[in-house]
Structures are given as structure tokens and as C-alpha cells.
Ligand binder design. Structure first.
Ligand code: PMP
Length: 395
């Protein structure tokens, strides 16, 4: 008989010495159930993916309907497939006129790869500016603009001519110059430790890009789809990017990503040579059907208000000594603790108590809090109270 645990550790490629190792039976709403009969509250939404909870009925229904029609039929951009067109129309109806075209991919890092290539092709330039502690994915292009040397160094040389500036600082904005193809940033840094951009600073970056003809790319892979209270975080900043990358919550649990820009900017993908950016599976019909159902659901109710309510309640409940700060916006929150040891104890003990929490990639003292937006108030409060008590216990 298959020993799932053994096969996982022996034959599935590992990315750390200490995976969380829950053996999954099924998942529903805010809960994940393991094969040993335990119930866990997914308080990180599979890292900002299951904003509608696991297996939202509308998403599951859309997936089943599409599976019964067709799966893959052709590589990207050749055949007219209803799920793609329908979803692109719905998504762009929610965006400013300058973001009227969608290129579908399968993941966040692919969305950023496409965004970087598009910026190069459109501007004819190859310099990029990113930010310290920014995170954009693990393929070579995205890694090149990710602002953490410890992840970049083992893979050097990466893309040449990439410069990093301090997030939220006006110093060095002159590095964005007439040779810059694009500036890439998260409006709220996720893996860097849940750090929101300041509004005036973001507007200054936009202004500088306009002055020198550089494109501005917003990576909204983690911030998108109401995680921060707005459908997209850029709405709260009164700044419109030239290109926006999306993934994570987009597919309601199915693999899905996209980069969105204007028809004018996308023109450059059609020639010199034609087909210079294609993908086999991007815009998979089942993922597009799931994404359409997800966005329709998100637009049908007050999901922005739900995210805001999560922040309000979290700030009220999480008051134990040892918590030095609650950072973030809406349901994209970070609980900063006094030190690494305490952080580890809290995450481990909460897991034993059936609450899945996590770290962010670039911080040792920040506990990520990203509950599904559908979480009921009673469960939200009791979970936060358990987390608070656990912090209290260790300090
Ligand atoms: N950009 C941001 C802001 C992210 O948070 C992530 C994933 N954590 C990515 C890009 C990469 O997405 P993916 O893992 O789907 O490639």
C-alpha cells in the first residue's frame, strides 16, 4: 500500500528541511481536514489564495461545468475560448480604461516574467528598478527584481542592470531614468514583512516614471481581489500602474495568473517577431471559468468591507505584550513579535491548537495573518483570542 508520508519525503522534491507536513484529507470553507481526523482553521488562506474559502460552491460548480465542455484545446491566443473572453471582459470592466487587455498565465512569477518582457519590448530599454525586500517570484526574471540578496546570490548572474531602492524612501528616485524600462513593486510588500507603501511616495514614483518614460508595474499578486479591502490595492493610492500582475486569489483555488496593460502597450507583443511571447497552458479554460466565478462572487457582496472588518477586529483582539505591531491593511496583516523564538513558539503552538499561521519569506519575527474573507465573525474572534492567549503564555 502507498505510504503517502514516506513518498512525500522521499519522492516529492523538498524545499526545506522542515515542511509543515500536514497530511490533507479535504478542505472546505475556512477549514482544512487532515487524514488523522484533525480540523484546522486556515488562517493564511493557502498564502492569500482561498479568499472565498476552500471549495467555494460557485467556483466548484463553474469548474465542473467547464470540465464537461472542454479542457485544453490549443496554445495561447489562437482559438476563441469563451471562458477566456468572458473573464477578460469582466476583469477589465473593473479596471481603468488604460488597463484594458489581459494576458493569461498560470502563476504569479509567470505574470511578472511577462510584465518584464512586455516593458522591455514596449520601451526598447532593458534597465529595471525594484525595491529592497520586494518579492516577485522564483523564476529568473522575477528573481532578478526580487530585493533580497540571500535568495538572489546563489543564482547569479541574473538579469543585468537591475537597481534596488529603499521602499518608501524618496532617496535614489533619480536612479529611475530615461534608460529604465520599468519600475516593479508591490503596493504593499508581502513577503518583505507586510509593509504598505506610503501614498505620497507611491505618487512620487509614478511621477518620476512619467517624467522619464519608464513603465510602472504593480505586482498585485498578493494584494489583489479585495485582500486589502479594495478590489486592487492601487485603487487606494490614486495611482494607476502601466502594467499590473495578478495571481493567487484570482483563480479561487485554481492555478491562474495574468498581466494586464493597455492595448497600446500590448501591441509590441504582436511583431518582431510575431508570437514572441506564447504559452501552452496560460488561460486554461477551467482556470478561467473558476476565475470568472470567483470575481463574480467577489463583486456580488461586500468583500471589501469584510476585509476591513477583519483588520478592525484583529487590531482589537491582538493586544498581548510581546506583540510589537500589527501591520498591514484589510485581511493582509502581519503580527510583529518581540523575537524569533517567540514567533516560532506561537506559530508552532497555534498549529497544535488547530490554527494554521505562517511566516513571511523575508522576516523571522512576523506572523502572517491572512484569513479567508468569508470567515464568520465568531470564528474570527475566537481564533484571534487563541492566538493572543498563546502570545501571552510565552512572554
Ligand atoms: N509576487 C508576489 C507579491 C507574491 O507574493 C508571490 C508569491 N508569494 C509571487 C509574486 C509569486 O507567485 P507564484 O508563487 O504564483 O509564482
Amino acid at each position: 500500500m502507498l505510504n503517502k508520508k514516506k513518498s512525500f519525503y522521499k519522492h516529492v522534491a523538498q524545499t526545506s528541511d522542515a515542511p509543515m507536513g500536514l497530511e490533507i484529507e479535504r478542505a472546505e470553507g475556512p477549514y482544512i481536514y487532515t487524514t488523522d481526523g484533525k480540523e484546522y482553521i486556515d488562517f493564511i488562506s493557502g498564502i492569500a489564495v482561498s479568499s472565498l474559502g476552500h471549495r467555494h460552491p460557485k467556483v466548484v460548480e463553474a469548474v465542473k461545468r467547464q470540465v464537461d465542455r472542454h479542457l485544453h484545446v490549443m496554445v495561447y491566443g489562437e482559438f476563441i475560448q469563451e471562458p477566456q473572453s468572458k473573464y477578460a471582459e469582466l476583469l477589465t470592466s473593473q479596471l481603468p480604461n488604460s488597463l484594458d487587455r489581459v494576458y493569461f498565465v498560470n502563476s504569479g512569477t509567470e505574470a511578472n516574467e511577462g510584465a518584464l518582457k512586455l516593458a522591455k519590448k514596449h520601451t526598447g530599454r532593458h534597465k529595471f528598478v525594484g525595491f529592497h525586500h520586494g518579492y516577485h517570484g522564483d523564476t529568473h526574471g522575477s528573481l532578478s527584481v526580487t530585493g533580497r540578496d540571500v535568495y538572489r546570490d546563489p543564482y547569479l548572474p541574473l538579469l543585468p542592470d537591475v537597481h534596488f531602492l529603499d521602499f518608501n524612501s524618496l532617496d535614489g528616485l533619480e536612479k529611475i531614468d530615461s534608460e529604465t524600462a520599468a519600475v516593479i513593486m508591490e503596493p504593499i510588500q508581502g513577503e518583505g514583512g507586510i509593509i504598505p507603501a506610503k501614498k505620497e511616495w507611491l505618487q512620487a514614483v509614478r511621477k518620476r516614471c512619467d517624467e522619464v518614460g519608464a513603465l510602472l508595474i504593480f505586482d498585485e499578486i498578493q494584494t489583489g481581489f479585495y485582500r486589502t479591502g479594495s478590489l486592487f490595492a492601487f485603487r487606494g493610492y490614486d495611482v494607476v500602474p502601466d502594467i499590473m500582475s495578478l495571481a493567487k486569489a484570482m483563480g479561487g483555488g485554481m492555478p491562474m495568473g495574468a498581466f494586464v496593460s493597455s492595448s497600446e502597450i500590448f501591441e509590441s507583443f504582436k511583431y518582431d517577431p510575431p508570437l514572441n511571447h506564447v504559452t501552452t497552458f496560460g488561460g486554461h479554460p477551467v482556470s478561467c471559468a473558476a476565475a470568472h466565478a470567483t470575481l463574480s462572487e467577489l463583486l456580488s457582496d461586500e468583500y471589501g468591507a469584510k476585509a476591513e472588518r477583519i483588520e478592525k477586529i484583529a487590531r482589537k483582539e491582538l493586544t498581548a505584550d510581546g506583540i510589537t505591531e500589527i501591520r498591514g491593511v484589510g485581511a493582509m496583516l502581519g503580527m510583529e513579535l518581540e523575537d524569533r523564538e517567540l514567533t516560532q513558539q506561537v506559530v508552532e503552538e497555534c498549529m497544535e491548537k488547530g490554527i494554521i499561521l505562517g511566516w513571511t519569506l523575508h522576516s523571522n519575527t512576523l506572523v502572517r495573518l491572512a484569513p479567508p474573507l468569508i470567515i464568520e465573525e465568531k470564528l474570527l474572534r475566537s481564533t484571534l483570542q487563541t492566538i493572543n492567549k498563546t502570545v501571552k503564555k510565552y512572554c
